[in-house]
Design a protein. Structure first.
Length: 57
């Protein structure tokens, strides 16, 4: 699974970094209205993932 960063100047935030180990073990859920492909409430199973900046691919 990939965690996409689309902003050129915004780094991965401290609270995001601290959540990554928890997501690996417990999974996650999309909150609020969610995002494209992940409506609010979508359960995301535990998974390892990569942080991806589209301009680096």
């Amino acid at each position: 699974m990939n965690f996409l960063i689309f902003e050129l100047i915004i780094p991965v935030l401290k609270n995001q970094k601290s959540a990554f180990p928890e997501i690996l073990v417990s999974g996650a859920a999309a909150v609020g209205n969610g995002k494209s492909g992940f409506p609010g409430g979508t359960q995301i199973p535990p998974a390892a993932f990569n942080i991806v900046w589209p301009w680096e691919e």
